[in-house]
Design a protein around this ligand. Structure first.
Ligand code: AMP
Length: 325
C-alpha cells in the first residue's frame, strides 16, 4: 500500500490545482476525509489551489463548515481530481470528477468498480479518515497537520467506526486517532455536535420503537413511510436515522430501515453485527460494508422479499455459529 501512497503524494506535488470529491448524502467520514486532506495539502503547500467540489450536503454536519463555490467546467481540465470514500463513480456527489486531467480514488469500501487512474483502496480500514491519517503518518516529516485538519479527520474516524466499536477498528486505528488527538482540538464540542438530539427526535424514536417489527429469526425492521415523515416533519436525513434506533436488540443481528424516497423508490439501510449483509444489499442494487450497507427497493412486495431473505440469512447464521448476541 505504501506504493499507492507514494504515487498519490507524487501526484499531489505535481499539480497546482487539486479538486477533492466525495459521495452524495455525505456522512462524517466523507466530509472529514475530504476536508481533512484539503487542509493538509493547503498547510503543506500554501501556493497550491485546493477545492472541495460537491453538489449536496448534510445538515447534521453543517458544524464542519462549508465547501467551495462551484468552479467552471474549464477549471477542471488541468486539475488533479481526488475522490475519497466513494466506491463507484455514480455515487459521487459531483460527476465532474471525470473532467479532471488525472484522477485518484482513495476508499475503504469493497471495490466494486475501478474509476480512477490511481486507486488506493483498503477495505479493512475502519474509515477513509483512518486512511488519510495513515497517509499523514507515513509522510509526517513532509506533511503539515494542524488542529483543524486533525479535527476533521478525527470526526470521520469516530462516526464511521461507531465511536471505535466496529470490528474494523484495529490497534492502528487507535494509534492514528491518538496521533490526531495530540493536536489538541475540542472533543467535547465535537461530541455535542454529533450526538445531542432535538427533543422531537426522541418522539420519533419512540414511534419507531412502536412500529418496528421483528421476524421469526430476529430481523428487526421499520418502514418510515411518507406519511410518517410528514407527521414528524422529518428531513430525509432524520428519517434515515431510524436505522440506529434498532441497533441494540438482543438476538436481532440484522436490522433494516426502509425509507420512502421522493421519487417513489424506497431506500434501504441495512445494518448487522456478526453476520455479513452486503451480499444481500448487492442483490437489491446496493452494496457497502460487511455490517453496514444500503440498497433500494421499489415496492412493498420487494421490501417483504428482502426481509424474508434477511431472515433466512440470519436463520442460517444462527444455526451454524455460536457466541452471537
Ligand atoms: P447507508 O445506509 O446509506 O449509510 O449505507 C451504508 C454503507 O453502504 C455506506 O458505506 C454506503 O457507502 C454503502 N451504500 C449505501 N447505499 C449503497 C448503494 N446503493 N450502493 C453501494 N453502496 C452503498
Amino acid at each position: 500500500m505504501i506504493d499507492n501512497m507514494k504515487k498519490i503524494l507524487e501526484k499531489i506535488k505535481e499539480y497546482d490545482k487539486i479538486i477533492i470529491f466525495r459521495h452524495y448524502r455525505p456522512d462524517g467520514d466523507a466530509i472529514g476525509s475530504t476536508k481533512g486532506l484539503a487542509q493538509i495539502i493547503k498547510n503543506t503547500y500554501p501556493s497550491k489551489r485546493v477545492y472541495l467540489q460537491n453538489n449536496d450536503f448534510s445538515d447534521y454536519l453543517a458544524f464542519l463548515g462549508k465547501e467551495d463555490e462551484p468552479l467552471t467546467d474549464e477549471e477542471y481540465s488541468d486539475a488533479l481530481g481526488i475522490a475519497i470514500d466513494t466506491a463507484t463513480l455514480d455515487r459521487l456527489s459531483n460527476q465532474k470528477f471525470t473532467l479532471c486531467k488525472e484522477r485518484i480514488k482513495i476508499d475503504h469500501h469493497i471495490p466494486v468498480e475501478s474509476y480512477a487512474d490511481y486507486e488506493w483502496v483498503e477495505e479493512h480500514r475502519s474509515s477513509s479518515c483512518e486512511m488519510i491519517a495513515a497517509f499523514y503518518d507515513v509522510f509526517k516529516n513532509e506533511l503539515v497537520m494542524t488542529p483543524t485538519a486533525a479535527y476533521y479527520i478525527y470526526t470521520g474516524m469516530v462516526t464511521d467506526s461507531g465511536r471505535f466499536r466496529f470490528r474494523e477498528v484495529s490497534g492502528e486505528t487507535l494509534r492514528l486517532a491518538g496521533l490526531l488527538l495530540d493536536q489538541k482540538f475540542d472533543t467535547e464540542t465535537l461530541y455535542a455536535n454529533l450526538y445531542l438530539r432535538e427533543f422531537d427526535s426522541f418522539k420519533f424514536e419512540s414511534h419507531v420503537h412502536k412500529k418496528m417489527k421483528i421476524s421469526e429469526n430476529g430481523v428487526a425492521s421499520v418502514y418510515v413511510t411518507r406519511a410518517m415523515q410528514e407527521q414528524f416533519q422529518l428531513s430525509n436525513e432524520q428519517a434515515s436515522s431510524s436505522v440506529s434506533f434498532m441497533d441494540s436488540i438482543k438476538g436481532s443481528l440484522i436490522w433494516l430501515a426502509f425509507i420512502d424516497n421522493d421519487d417513489g423508490s424506497i431506500r434501504v439501510r441495512l445494518r448487522s453485527r456478526f453476520v455479513t449483509i452486503n451480499d444481500l444489499a448487492k442483490k437489491y442494487g446496493g452494496g457497502g460494508h460487511a455490517c453496514a450497507a444500503g440498497a433500494t427497493v421499489h415496492s412493498r412486495k420487494e421490501m417483504n422479499a428482502l426481509i424474508k431473505e434477511a431472515d433466512a440469512l440470519l436463520k442460517e447464521y444462527k444455526e451454524n455459529n455460536e457466541g452471537w448476541l
